[in-house]
Structures are given as structure tokens and as C-alpha cells.
Design a protein around this ligand. Structure first.
Ligand code: AMP
Ligand code: MN
Ligand code: MN
Length: 319
């Protein structure tokens, strides 16, 4: 584990960023760390860089200070959070060229970053739980607790996935004691959907097909459909989880078109298949039970590429 106090000691200009299309964990972990540095090191110049975040996270403390563009400024210290490689850092990867010391805090099995300091725990529920481990407990305010609780809730599917450990529940209990409105965080940031989100979810579920005796479920949406429902990629978060809970399913795949002949694939599994291995094969990455990749081809072609890889692993698991 790294010692945050030592790492921060001599740094005056600090940058923090996370992966493209930031999710609840990425937003919670980066804002939790940002708030801690702002609260405790007011003389340091710290900036948080993330792509646009979904509106549901706007209640998190200092989220309005997030910088969306890049800078040519140099940094003494740069934190790369919840991100497994430079490509996933998007435009912010260029900040690393201008940085003296780099730190990575992450829980991706597929982490390939080579930073000076690294706190990478593939078994950890979330990067937010790792940030909790790094912070002095007396410095965790209610606002920081809200950020980190949100992050944990999103990466554990509200404490449901097998990445949830005793330490995860203990961290969550600690945050509850800070007076956070935990049920409202779950309701407003995780479960609540707009009417448009619900309708496009319905379209994806209707499109879905089962394979391999109902152990694999796959669905996709095209750009035309996303336009028809006035949906952004952010509106599609959660579709793959809805597919995954189908009775009898072990592996769920959801694809959405990102460009001409290009789809983003989200993969989830319940208990036997390591989907990060499959995602890695197609240039992506992730965790044991949740992974993703950007894939070339039409939906049917991508399906033809993915199915044998999934089937192979299901049959190996059945031995
Ligand atoms: P998603 O399906 O986008 O929710 O992603 C599931 C998990 O896989 C997340 O932890 C992502 O960080 C990771 N992931 C998604 N897409 C990629 C990718 N192209 N490369 C590496 N990791 C990815
Ligand atoms: Mn993430
Ligand atoms: Mn994460």
C-alpha cells in the first residue's frame, strides 16, 4: 500500500483523473480523493479532470469543480484512478507526459499501467474502497463519505456482486455513521431511470436472444435506435445488468454502436466465466465478472466472434 501523506508531501501541483465515460466508482473515488486534498492541503493546487459526468452525480461535493478539458500545464504529481491503461485515460493521457511523479489506484485485473507508485488490488470491490483505505479515518467528512459510498454502491451493484467483501461492508458502515443519506444515494444514483432510459432498456431486452441452453444472453442497440429514443451512451448503463439477472444466464453481453462498424461491448458473468479474459482478447479489459471492449464489425459479426470465446469458457467451467 502507498502512504498518501508521503506521496503528497512535496507536490505543489496535483492532477487527478479517471477512465473515459466515468462510472459511479470512478467519479466517487476521484472526488473523494479530490475533496480530501482540498480540505487538508489548501495550499496545494489540485485539479480533477474527468469527461462529462451523469447529472445524478451532481450532488457530490465539489463535482462542479471538475475540469472537462485538458491542459498543457505540468504536474508534480498525478493520480490515475479506476483506470487500467493509458488508452482508457482518453485525452488525459497526455498529462502524464508532463508529470514528475505518477500514482495509480485501481482494482482492474487487467491493469497495465506502469506508474511510479501503484496501489492496485484486483480483488477489491472498487477504487472507492481503496481510497477509503488510503485516507486517514479522521479526515473522512460526510461529503467524502458520500463520494466513496456512491462509488462502492455502483461497483458492487448495491453490495450484490461477489467482489463485495467484509471490508466493503465495514467501509460502508463507517460512511453511514457519518450521517449520509444512504438510501437516497442508492435510489437516486443507482435505481432511478428516466422514462427514456426505461424505454430503451425495454427495446434492448426485447431484442435479446439466448444461446447455449440459455446460459448466454446477448442484445444490441444501433445508433439509429439510440437517436430514436434520444439516448446517450450514459442512458444505456444498467442494460447489461438487467440482461444478466435473467434466470439461467451465466454470461450477458450488451453491444451498442459507437461508430461505423464499431460497437462497445459490455460483458457480465454470474459465477463461472472470467469475462475479463474475453474482453482482453478483443483489446479491452476489466474484472472477473464485469468487463468491456470496443469491437470492430457489425453486430452479427461481433456476435460470431464472441460466442465461441464464451462457449469455450462455459464448457471448460462445466468439466
Ligand atoms: P462497462 O461494461 O463499460 O460497464 O465496463 C465494465 C468494466 O470493464 C469496467 O470496470 C470498465 O472499466 C472495464 N472496461 C470497459 N471497457 C473497457 C475497455 N475498452 N478496456 C478496458 N477495460 C474496459
Ligand atoms: Mn470504473
Ligand atoms: Mn471501479
Amino acid at each position: 500500500m502507498i502512504n498518501l501523506k508521503d506521496v503528497l508531501k512535496d507536490a505543489q501541483t496535483i492532477g487527478i483523473s479517471g477512465h473515459v465515460h466515468p462510472d459511479g466508482d470512478c467519479i466517487g473515488a476521484t472526488l473523494g480523493l479530490y475533496n480530501y486534498i482540498k480540505d487538508n492541503y489548501p495550499m496545494k493546487n489540485v485539479r480533477l479532470f474527468l469527461e462529462e459526468i451523469p447529472d445524478v452525480f451532481n450532488f457530490l461535493h465539489r463535482s462542479e469543480e471538475i475540469v472537462h478539458g485538458t491542459t498543457d500545464d505540468a504536474f508534480d504529481l498525478y493520480f490515475v484512478m479506476d483506470c487500467s491503461d493509458e488508452l482508457r485515460l482518453g485525452d488525459y493521457a497526455k498529462h502524464l507526459q508532463n508529470t514528475t511523479h505518477t500514482v495509480c489506484v485501481d482494482h482492474h485485473k487487467s491493469n497495465k499501467l506502469d506508474t511510479e507508485y501503484a496501489y492496485v488490488v484486483p480483488d477489491a470491490s472498487s477504487t472507492s474502497e481503496l481510497v477509503y483505505n488510503l485516507l486517514p479515518k479522521e479526515a473522512v467528512t460526510k461529503e467524502i463519505a458520500e463520494c466513496l459510498y456512491t462509488g462502492i454502491v455502483h461497483d458492487t451493484g448495491v453490495f450484490q456482486y461477489s467482489c463485495t467483501a467484509k471490508s466493503t461492508m465495514e467501509a460502508a458502515g463507517f460512511f453511514m455513521e457519518k450521517g449520509i443519506d444512504y438510501s437516497s444515494i442508492v435510489e437516486r444514483t443507482y435505481f432511478e431511470k428516466t422514462f427514456a432510459q426505461n424505454r430503451i432498456l425495454a427495446r434492448a431486452v426485447l431484442r435479446a436472444n439466448l444461446w447455449h441452453d440459455g446460459e448466454i444472453i446477448i442484445s444490441y442497440l444501433t445508433r439509429e435506435e439510440m437517436a430514436e429514443f434520444d439516448a446517450t451512451p450514459q442512458d444505456l448503463d444498467g442494460i447489461v445488468n438487467q440482461l444478466r439477472i435473467t434466470k439461467g444466464v451465466e454470461v450477458a453481453v450488451f453491444l451498442y454502436e459507437t461508430g461505423d462498424g464499431e460497437f462497445k461491448a459490455s460483458l457480465r458473468s454470474k459465477s463461472r466465466v472470467d469475462v475479463s479474459e474475453i474482453a482482453l482478447k478483443f483489446g479491452g479489459g476489466g474484472h472477473l465478472r464485469a468487463a468491456g471492449a470496443t469491437m470492430k464489425g457489425e453486430a452479427e459479426e461481433i456476435l460470431t466472434m464472441l460466442l465461441p470465446e464464451i462457449t469455450k469458457r462455459l464448457e471448460k467451467g462445466n468439466d
